[in-house]
Write a protein that binds this ligand. Structure first.
Ligand code: 2NL
Length: 359
């Protein structure tokens, strides 16, 4: 074959190749073991010395030029690939950092407030007890000294489940008090527990949802008294609202399960729509409490002549709204991520008294 024609053909192909794989295929086809140029080189061995002297430099020259054309093309392709990558992968170092998943998540205000309350009462020597959301009539009402025919027992306030084959109706607990009865039956005094949890009542407006959260506390021993109750509640309010001192007002009230009973207000100021605790001349109701009724002690298997105790209950949702300035309760349970991003807490803000509760 005509050497000049072969060279033009090979160099033309190298020129037109657009990628490294095509170039490598060309190299094998020309310079590989059975390549067109290699085959030409092999013919040198069969020539006479004169022929070889004439053809040798021509064929070797062809091979060198093809080889160098391929190397140059390879470098050009690598450079073009790098340029393309550099312009495609340009990074903007001024962009904000994306938060890691464990930082991005938010703690629901209810969970946060339960953690805060638990930390405060843990410091006062209380442990946490829990019970089922679906309760018996006995534990939700009868054991708590609700008389037959009490209005709270009616369909109007309570969610009842369909009756079983004996006609017994279970219900969604209307308060966490059944857990207190369960605790009295399971443990011996001294008892110091709080029970946070979900509770249910037939109620719905800006500050009431059918499911809400309550925390109750129970202290029972031989001498637990109203002075102890006031000190516990005052310690709690100072820690929870993060103020040095808070004036509290105990108003006589009535609950079936306590005697005497009181509702507790804390001092606050409402200047310019801003609510502040531990100052001012306004009052805000935050909890109910009292000395455990002897009938309730008896339903808990305890002897009112041997032990006595106090109890208190408060709405967690309301405490969260007050402390963190949230005007409407309903979005608490609408699972709207935008609301949670605004009002939720960062997972590293774990409440502890050592850290000043909310840092
Ligand atoms: C309120 C008032 C209260 C209790 C709950 C209680 C439980 C037992 C015995 C005695 Cl087993 N008391 N709980 C006592 C007083 C008040 O809650 O306004 N809660 C939101």
């Amino acid at each position: 074959m005509d050497l000049d024609a072969l060279e033009r053909d090979l160099l033309g192909q190298v020129e037109r190749t657009g990628d490294e794989a095509g170039l490598e295929a060309l190299r094998v086809a020309a310079l590989g073991k059975k390549g067109s140029v290699s085959e030409l080189l092999k013919t040198l061995g069969t020539m006479t010395p004169d022929e070889r002297r004439e053809r040798g430099p021509l064929i070797n020259g062809l091979r060198d030029r093809v080889q160098s054309a391929i190397s140059q093309k390879r470098e050009a392709l690598a450079e073009a690939a790098l340029d393309a990558r550099l312009s495609a992968e340009r990074i903007d170092v001024t962009l904000p950092l994306r938060e890691a998943p464990e930082i991005r998540g938010r703690i629901h205000p209810i969970s946060q407030v339960i953690e805060e309350i638990t930390a405060i009462f843990a410091d006062l020597g209380f442990s946490v007890a829990e019970g089922p959301d679906i309760e018996t009539d006995e534990l939700n009402f009868t054991a708590l000294n609700f008389p037959e025919g009490h209005p709270a027992r009616e369909m109007h306030d309570t969610f009842f489940l369909p009756p079983d084959h004996l006609g017994r109706r279970k219900l969604l607990r209307t308060h966490t008090s059944p857990v207190q009865v369960r605790t009295m039956r399971a443990k011996q005094p001294p008892i110091r527990v709080i029970m946070p949890g979900r509770t249910y009542r037939h109620d719905s407006d800006q500050t009431h949802t059918p499911m809400f959260h309550q925390v109750e506390g129970l202290v029972i021993d031989r001498s637990a008294n109203i002075a102890n109750l006031k000190w516990v509640l005052e310690s709690f309010c100072r820690a929870f609202f993060e103020v040095e001192a808070v004036t509290m007002r105990f108003r006589p009230s009535f609950f079936p399960f306590t005697e005497p009973s009181a509702e507790v207000d804390i001092q606050c100021s409402r200047k310019g729509g801003e609510l502040r605790f531990g100052e001012g001349t306004d009052w805000l109701e935050i909890l109910g409490c009292g000395m455990v009724h002897p009938n309730v002690l008896r339903s808990g298997g305890l002897d009112p002549d041997q032990v006595q105790g106090f109890a208190f209950g408060m709405g967690i949702d309301r405490l969260a709204m007050l402390k963190y300035g949230m005007p409407d309760l309903r979005p608490f349970f609408e699972a709207d991520v935008r609301w949670l991003e605004h009002y939720g807490f960062r997972p590293i803000d774990v409440p502890s008294l050592v850290g000043g509760l909310t840092g």
